[in-house]
Ligand binder design. Structure first.
Ligand SMILES: C[S@@+](CC[C@H](N)C(=O)[O-])C[C@H]1O[C@@H](n2cnc3c(N)ncnc32)[C@H](O)[C@@H]1O
Length: 529
């Protein structure tokens, strides 16, 4: 729990209004449902809370911020298993390895990774929240008799139950959780979603598990709070969802100016600005995948986050010049098709920018679905299969199309990492290939998520390897002289320094932190150039 939290008188839940006032609101005077202590402390924060009709509450920089400045640092309100997940440890949320010893919680009998799992006991975790209620209601019996698909849904319901149990275990925390917008009015208009929640979560918790003391509306509200506001946390083999104070106020943008990271085990969240931000500028986060095309991002945001994105990138058919969603024109040799900026899928058309041929967006979506399915049939480590996909579909899609970018990203990591393609096994052509793939990716990432982007940091680290080897080989072969060698090594150093600068910001124990250490070692080994 954040240290500034003070106990306050209980307030009745007042669902947030979706017709937010247009007026900009000073954090010291706004927040009808905010605990007083928190409002008083807001003024020391690097952000101000505002509100608009279109976005609801959002935050802006309270002063000029420098790339790397931390704007939010917070423990989670609550963490829990992802939607429809395979069974995970209810302590640390790590997946169970096939054949690993089966341990069970001695109280509730649900599976855990080990009796000494550190995640079982902290505040807001299994033992404090659902463990004894699950035992008292013998919920484990349902787990044993249910088919795998139902078991996944039972794990999904755990996070809703955890939030709900806060009402009795930690009422102030529960009240703060209810400060998040569940968008009930919007979600209720989507029968597929509402009815699914009713059947799979609300009725499960109330009727099957026997927690009838919680009303249907309370449980639907928690479902909404999770759907609208939860962050994905953890790294393989741990994957979970978490709700955080403050961070939920970050509005979405498809070219965000903040990035976030969560610490292994505790899932404490750190949000930093990725680039310099001027006072008054909205602080933004992406709720979608950065290397995804506009149609897909907008679809995800509409269906899963319940709004139409009209950011600069979504309304620009070229996606800020990257052509991330462009298809090659079948009628003219140089043309590319891109969707116009309309937010409404039915109205959208994909025009060739050279010859004005028009394709319907439905046809484009269908084609991309087929290509995605084709891609899924290629094994994750199948270098040749992925290269063939790039070659064949490169005739249909722009070089920077997001489907090709995702293949390029996989390949740039595979060259140098898997048996048969380890660094000493790579031919000159394959090393060059790795370099080219990294350059292609960097060119796009520099546009969409510049400066301190984690993706940039990892690509730069990958790219230093072929450049370093090539420089050494060319010098030893007498192809380049000392001055050219020096120039090339300087470039390698630049990549390593930038990669280290970015990834050293990641918490200890993460893969990225490990890469930062490797970059530091590589720089030390290079010595003075
Ligand atoms: C995590 S919440 C952000 C906080 C929220 N605005 C509030 O007042 O509680 C996400 C919701 O905010 C709104 N939102 C965030 N970014 C937006 C954007 N770029 N355009 C429109 N609505 C946005 C959407 O309703 C979205 O479902």
């Amino acid at each position: 729990m954040p240290s500034h939290h003070k106990k306050k008188k209980q307030k009745k839940y007042d669902p947030p209004k979706s017709n937010h006032s247009k007026e900009n609101i000073n954090p010291c005077s706004e927040y009808d449902r905010q605990p007083v202590a928190e409002v008083q402390l807001e003024s020391s924060k690097p952000y101000l809370v505002k509100r608009s009709e279109q976005v609801g509450r959002y935050i802006v920089a309270a002063r000029d911020l420098k790339a790397g400045d931390v704007i939010i640092e917070t423990p989670p309100f609550v963490v829990g298993p992802c939607a429809e997940t395979e069974p995970v440890c209810l302590g640390c949320h790590s997946a169970f390895q096939p054949g690993s010893v089966v341990y069970r919680c001695e109280i509730c009998n649900w599976r855990i990774c080990s009796p000494s799992c550190q995640g079982l006991v902290p505040a807001g975790s299994h033992r404090q929240l659902e463990c004894i209620p699950l035992r008292d209601k013998a919920v484990h019996n349902h787990l044993q008799t249910s088919p795998a698909a139902q078991v996944k849904l039972m794990y999904e319901a755990i996070l809703t139950l955890r939030c709900m149990l806060l009402k009795t275990v930690d009422r102030p925390q529960y009240d703060r959780l209810l400060g998040m917008d569940p968008l009930n009015d919007v979600r209720q208009q989507i029968p597929k979603l509402w009815n699914r929640n009713q059947k799979e979560i609300v009725e499960r918790i109330r009727n099957q598990w026997g927690f009838a003391e919680y009303s249907e509306l309370e449980l639907h509200t928690i479902c909404g709070i999770i759907e609208v506001n939860a962050f994905e946390v953890g790294q393989e083999p741990t994957k979970a969802r978490a709700l955080f104070p403050e961070a939920y106020l970050l509005m979405h943008d498809c070219t965000p100016n903040t990035g976030h990271t969560d610490a292994p085990q505790t899932h404490h969240l750190t949000v930093r600005v990725l680039r310099d931000v001027k006072a008054g500028e909205p602080l933004t986060l992406t709720y979608a995948h950065i290397l995804q095309g506009t149609l897909k991002r907008r679809q995800h945001l509409r269906e899963e986050k319940f709004f139409s994105c009209n950011c600069r990138r979504c309304t620009d058919p070229s996606e800020l010049g990257t052509n991330c969603s462009a298809l090659r024109c079948t009628k003219c040799p140089k043309g590319t098709h891109t969707a116009d900026g309309s937010a409404q899928p039915r109205k959208r058309k994909c025009h060739c920018r050279q010859c004005s041929t028009v394709m319907s967006c439905e046809a484009v979506i269908l084609l991309l679905e087929q290509l995605s399915q084709q891609l899924e049939t290629i094994g994750g480590n199948d270098v040749d299969g992925l290269e063939t996909f790039l070659r064949v579909q490169g005739a249909v899609l722009h070089d920077n199309h997001y489907l090709l970018l995702s293949v390029k990203h996989s390949l740039c990591e595979l060259y140098g990492k898997i048996e048969g393609f380890l660094i000493p096994q790579l031919s000159r052509e394959q090393l060059k290939r790795k370099e080219t793939l990294c350059r292609d990716l960097l060119e796009v990432v520099d546009q969409l998520e510049p400066a301190l982007s984690r993706l940039r940091g990892t690509i730069m680290y990958e790219m230093h390897v072929p450049l370093l080897i090539e420089a050494g080989q060319l010098f030893q072969g007498g192809v380049i002289q000392r001055a050219e060698l020096r120039r090339r090594l300087k470039e390698v150093q630049r990549l390593l320094k930038e990669s280290e600068r970015i990834l050293a910001l990641e918490p200890e124990g993460t893969q990225e932190h490990g890469i930062a250490e490797a970059a530091r070692d590589a720089l030390k080994n290079m010595g003075d150039v």
